[in-house]
Design a protein around this ligand. Sequence first.
Ligand code: G6P
Length: 607
Amino acid sequence: MCGIIGILGKADVTPVLVEALKRLEYRGYDSAGVALVGENGMVNRRAVGKLSELEHTLAKSPVSGKSGIGHTRWATHGAPNEANAHPHRAGRVAVVHNGIIENFHPLREALIAKGRVFNSETDSEVVAQQVDDFLDQGLTPQAAVAATLKLLEGAFALAFLFDGETDLMIAARRGSPLAIGHGDGEMYIGSDAMALAPVTNRITYLEEGDWAVLTRNSYQVYDALDNPVSRAERVVNMDAMLVDKGNHRHFMTKEIFEQPSVIALALSHYLNHDHSAINVPEGGLDFSKFDRLVLVACGTAFYACNVAKYWFEQIAGIPVEIDVASEFRYRSPPVGARDAVILVSQSGETADTLAALRYVKGKAAQVIAVVNATESSIAREADLALPILAGVEVSVASSKAFTCQLTVFAALAILAGRQRGQLDAAGEKSHIEKLVKAPRLLDEALQQEPQMAVLARDLAKARDILFLGRGPLYPLALEGALKLKELSYIHAEGYASGELKHGPIALIDESVPVICFAPVDDLFDKTVSNMQEVMARGGKVLLISDSKGIARAKSGTWATLEMPESDPFTTPILYAIPAQLLAYHTATEKGTDVDQPRNLAKSVTVE
Ligand code: G6P
């Protein structure tokens, strides 16, 4: 994780570094820091906590320089204190690092044995110390970095500045993303293009193993074998990346309320003009060629895969396997030439998902990425990248990316049904008719926000909360519990309704709210029986259903929340709204930091 930025500028770069770090704060906010090289040498400032703390430090103790690097940290090695904050300085060298140097122990021991003194517990400092050691041996900065990179194992994006070198920055990537930004007589590097959005839209992405030597007016990229290589410069649409909260108190609510419009946008991309068919994506996609789908992701994106499994199996009759990327990548799963693997990721940079992609590349018939960040590593390395078109998602807890992932999966399931002969043209059209109602239904569900805020006042008092759902609503129970945990820090678990009696029912008493996602569908009566089992033991049930379901089953419940009636096909998309808003309001009731919950980061670029 962690975000890094580097600038060779024409004027003092401190404010631009801070602005860029704000845009990278989603990658971690345990500490932040900058190092600058000016006429009077190298200086740095670091502060524990969010970027605002660094801003206070800089206000109290200003620094300036026309060359600078900056970092926002998600701690891996070493507590989030000032000594462990980046940039790390050793002699003439300052470095910022995103990733993990796996062999830092032996390197550190060897350098200590040579008399070097370390100032932090991080894996990253060893990089600065090693480069400085090579400088001491008479190597040039470029040769010292090249030699150091060969010693490093693990994943990294790195940026180096050198004391006394006012027009030099060196950057390197292996496993973690890094982009070069081209300015007018200025040069930038950043963990992503979004960090650079205010200053340039001309971007060169470094490829795996690349490193680069930058000055204000030139750059040279080298591959892992130190051969000079050229990498394309592209113009990226940055307008979409310049986001603010609008009238909302948090990015989270802004993003929740954007869902009807971004889902409509995604639908317009995947549906043909008269809504009679799903467009076959450019690049080609034919589900009749596959015997099996394997869906792999992390976090909320994984729960979208859980819903997709129901859709693909029911609508297209295709077997689906799902797994979290951190397990999938290491269990040597057999992947055949008639399997399609779909990697799902909002950021397109999640380390485990990227590793899973690399594992299946060349083995599977087609490697498909369902991504929000279309310039990301996962998007670029997949055989086919399908955008979810959610727009920039800032809040660390995912909301609109989830429902856009579901929307894309719903469209793909219909396409698969058609291509595999499970749906005729009329069946395709009728599924699409249901799907296009989703934005309006979500709009209606959002109108229930005041009721959810009231319910949240009670939920905020709970120590544990259970979520139940059946069929494709089971993953919504998992997502509801995840949202609640990450935003409000209340312990929550999601269960398949029928599984409750196999253990979790032991937790039930009057202090444990049980939130049931129970739209009227074929399994409604079974879910109601499970609710009865909870209520018989004094459990406090919040029934979330449509008007018919509430009329049939509200007796004995603690509370009800009415959702619009919808076809079972689209209920998983619709029920994301209460999953998100109940968590949001419980969190605001508790006063937690909704957009940047403790210990989390939005883009998890370490495993
Ligand atoms: C982090 C975020 C989650 C996200 C997950 C996967 O844990 O906090 O919101 O679902 O990573 O991220 P991805 O970018 O791959 O979808």
